[in-house]
Design a protein around this ligand. Structure first.
Ligand code: GLC
Length: 429
């Protein structure tokens, strides 16, 4: 685990990252995961209204849950503060509000990659002692994403694993490898539609997709000692695959502006043959009035080098702000939002990935959501992104350099050399 910053990565840092690094340099507000300073010991018995902050509720599951909670808790009502659908913007909004010690950001949806940073800053209430919550039955990999220096800071809410959405009317048997998928692209061309897209805009989704491309070729981004390992032949093959596909048109030009939602839209419009995306797309592609592929799409594991590829581990956890005045209510709300009943609701209403392992083999769910076994395999084999309090700078190093390679302003070699240097410059061990 990186201990201190050796040099800041100012040119690539967002405003929020900059503020974070500065405060980390000056000792931070929380003392490295020690438990949020004074604020963490306050308001533990507090009950009353709270606010829940989360990115755009694409699957429309949050409002009905909050309505249900509010009906049962008239004196502890939850207000939903909905952020944008862009992971980086969600992050920066949380950082800004934690820095301002906003008492109205009681419970936040924390992307699996932010736990270390927020915990190290002392912004998250340790979920122990009176704030202890149950993680029983949750997939171990998800619980790990909520843990920093052996303390649970965020409680897994929904997991996420990448899958390949494909048009089974055009490609009856989905490709198992990347090369096979590329060899099928003439079918799309013949139909006048795009072949493949994932999330290639310059934001967190690009880090996810580049990591998958690299991991699927047997490469890694950082080693177990936290040092960058991305300047390798395998990583070159992985990033090279994306760059080549973009050059040849197998990945269409506009995919460089795609986040999750734009790719989903194109796929639902029938304009894309293969889409890498998260499980939430399943429900929308099946039920959206405007979806033209309701009965013609299938789901398969991500294609890899010689067989299935490796997904990046995604997902969201729930954290309680140390500045919340009503932590007893917040704790109960965490339990409600992660209960088995709520987990089933996430799956059946929004096709979100549950964190309770048993639900993946629940016969009623599997009948309704036939992709669950593929998803479980995806999550169980998923590769976590680097765990570090300095993650914002690490992801910037990945995003900037891989985007430059896609655009052709850097060669793949140069991009990986620069990526490795930038990751290693961010932190020292
Ligand atoms: C999904 C994943 C999250 C990831 C994000 C990137 O929301 O659950 O982990 O960071 O996509 O766009």
């Amino acid at each position: 685990m990186p201990k201190k910053i050796s040099r800041m990565l100012l040119p690539v840092a967002t405003a929020a990252t900059f503020a974070l690094l500065l405060s980390a340099c000056s000792g931070g507000s929380g003392g490295g995961g020690g438990g949020g300073g004074g604020a963490a010991t306050e308001n533990l018995d507090g009950r009353g209204p709270i606010t829940y902050v989360q990115g755009k509720d694409n699957s429309d599951v949050v409002r009905p849950l909050i309505e249900k909670w509010n009906a049962a808790h008239p004196d502890e009502k939850v207000t939903f503060k909905e952020q944008s659908d862009n992971a980086d913007q969600q992050h920066d909004d949380l950082v800004k509000n934690f820095q301002a010690k906003n008492v109205d950001y009681d419970v936040a949806s924390v992307d699996v990659i932010w736990t270390a940073e927020f915990a190290a800053q002392g912004w998250l209430q340790p979920l122990k002692d009176t704030m202890a919550v149950s993680t029983e039955g949750m997939l171990p990999a998800t619980v790990k994403t909520g843990t920093y220096r052996d303390v649970l800071y965020t409680l897994p809410q929904t997991s996420d694993g990448g899958m390949l959405y494909y048009r089974k009317d055009l490609v009856p048997t989905p490709p198992k490898t990347w090369d096979e998928m590329m060899s099928m692209c003439p079918i799309a061309k013949e139909k006048g539609i795009d072949c493949y897209a994932g999330q290639f805009a310059q934001y967190e989704g690009l880090t996810v997709n580049v990591a998958e491309a690299i991991n699927s070729q047997g490469g890694t981004i950082v080693g177990s000692d936290g040092k960058a390992t991305v300047n390798s032949a395998e990583a070159k093959a992985g990033l090279g695959n994306l760059v080549e596909a973009y050059k040849s048109g197998n990945i269409p030009k506009q995919a460089l502006t795609y986040q999750e939602e734009q790719g989903r839209q194109s796929f639902e419009d029938g304009k894309l043959m293969f889409l890498r995306n998260w499980p939430y797309v399943y429900n929308l592609a099946k039920t959206d009035g405007s979806s033209t592929v309701k009965d013609t799409f299938g789901i398969a594991p991500l294609p890899g080098k010689d067989g299935p590829g490796a997904s990046t581990l995604g997902g969201h956890n729930l954290g309680v702000s140390v500045y919340s005045k009503n932590k007893a209510t917040a704790k109960d709300f965490l339990a409600f939002m992660t209960s088995e009943e709520t987990q089933k609701f996430y799956s059946t209403q929004g096709s979100l990935a549950p964190v309770l392992e048993s639900l993946y083999t629940d016969p009623t769910l599997v009948e309704k959501l036939p992709y669950l076994p593929v998803l479980l395999t995806s999550i169980q084999n998923a590769v976590p992104r680097p765990v570090t309090p300095f993650y914002p700078a690490v992801t910037q190093a990945i995003q900037q350099n891989s985007f430059a390679a896609l655009q052709g302003t850097k060669t793949v070699d140069q991009a990986l050399t620069d990526m490795e240097a930038a990751i290693n410059t961010t932190v020292s061990k």
